[in-house]
Write a protein that binds this ligand. Sequence first.
Ligand code: DC
Length: 651
Amino acid sequence: MDFIDLPPLLSARGTLRLPGSKSISNRVLLLAALAEGETEVRDLLESDDTAHMLKALLALGVEVASLGDGAYRVRGSGGVFPVREADLFLGNAGTAFRSLTAVLALSSGHYKLSGVARMHERPIGDLVDALRQVGADIRYAGNEGFPPLEICPAKGNGKLAHGTVVSVRGDVSSQFLTGLLMALPLTGVETTVEVVGELISRPYIEITLASMARFGVQVRREGVQRFTVPTGCTYRSPGVVYVEGDASSASYFLALGAIGGGPLRVEGVGRDSIQGDVRFADALARMGARIEMGPNWIEASAPHSGKLHGIELDCRQIPDAAMTLATTALFAEGPTTLTHIASWRVKETDRIAAMASELRKLGAEVEEGVDFIRVTPPHTALLTPECGIDTYEDHRIAMCFSLATLATTLRINDPGCVTKTFPGYFESFARVTQAVPVIAIDGPSASGKGTVAARVAAALGWHYLDSGALYRLTALAARRAGVAWDDEARVAAIASRLDVEFGENSIRLSGTEAGEAIRQEEISSGASQVAALPAVRAALLFRQRVFRQAPGLVADGRDMASLVFPDAQTKVFLTASVEVRAQRRYKQLIEKGITASILPLLLDLRERDERDSQRSVAPLQQNKEAELLDTTDLTIEQAVAQVLVWSSKVS
Ligand code: DC
């Protein structure tokens, strides 16, 4: 899918069970594979990153069986992988890449590790340097300091002197220390790791230590500077391991609750969590959100005042979840400054640069530095970028920006990137959010649907979209530009640049009134022709969706219920016999003082019905979820009343 258009939201509330934590899933899988005995892993995250780890373990000869429903049985290899030579492709899964590098470097096999192009730009030199101190033989197969890597059997077969001290840098990625710590029990002797430089992303080290402890290895520590793995430590299966919900994934939903009213509750993480990202809830509380926490759940609601306020925050404790604050900042009073986020620059993409340019598309003022970002929300409403929000193959960018729908319709490009950590994200999102409602009224030409739709909108105080007018305006603009109605590429280009302004009783095209001109029979025929061109329909799609604004929208056309607003709460197919429609059109024209006769109108309507219903794209037909409203024998008032009854049933 190239993009997803998310509807604007009225509110966010509900309860959501979180998918498993990525960080815990990949650690537990690797430790289970290294351990003695069989481990049953429950609630494992099923995503790209864990799939890469599972595939790698299978390639290394580890027996893994899926038990269904996120449960897996892993037969531990007792520290020695059966396959001694393998080529592993690990995508962009940093957790898998760093920890497997460390573990394989201390085994005595030949392995090649590679990933996607971005993985080959993410540094790994500090880890390789540390592993070389304990005899590892690792070569760079591409650029010095970066994947891909070639690993050869460790010198001296990985035998180390008791009390060996290894130093590793801590200020680029905590995954280096994590990999090293998980691998060191394989040496069998007491080994100490000294962290050089400041350790970033510390909470992830706590997850590593807690996971190792679960498998029987207790690391002695002096603060966050020295870690000692004692002699004779081996991993032993604890039997069954439950993976906690993902605290980073929780952040999007907690922010939704804090901005969109709430209460929004996530289940799977809470007070007892070993993941540092649960502290994200404290940051939201500092912004004014109301937070409640149980052992295994967190709930967020908007402040009583209704409005969050900007904060300045040192984000070392919540490096991943902090990204969510950058888009939450769009809904706060005053600027929000996030500091100590240098690690963002070496993640799936340069996250500081990416966040800054996408936030600017929404009208925010953004200042960025080497290790900070400051976001000042726009004074007026958020902008609605037609080009969409770009996601840089980074799942978190896609999820962070989904929050902006609390203010606007939003197109997110390449939304599939969320499968890295949260495959069902947009479905979960839809379940705990309440979108601006739409009444979709489709039907053939001259059925009176425009009049009915406009009156329903007025009765409810909602917005109104006459989608046919956009096709008519496109035909008119093409005619004025001397472009033939069957020149698909050029008509589509005109449609995408259409400069229109809909007023109470006026439609302006490039600044001049066009309400009358687009109703001419000739332009009607042109509209029907340009509407049959797929590129024109694609060019007008987002434009139509942007009409959806609080408190609601009534939209009329041909494909409102099927394609433009498939999630519309009320769907109506409004029609009348072609004879009655010809009479209505005739009366309309005569009232306007235009001479007309019934027969040509009737023939023309038949021809247009035929073209609209036979075309290959979005043909006119009753959506299977739509109520049929045949107005042949109804007055306008009766038709309006019927639509209002249907819509009140769902609201
Ligand atoms: O509803 P109308 O008569 O103003 O529509 C003008 C033309 O545009 C008509 O031939 C059908 C086409 N149209 C369409 O294909 N899809 C829509 N959603 C609306 C109109």
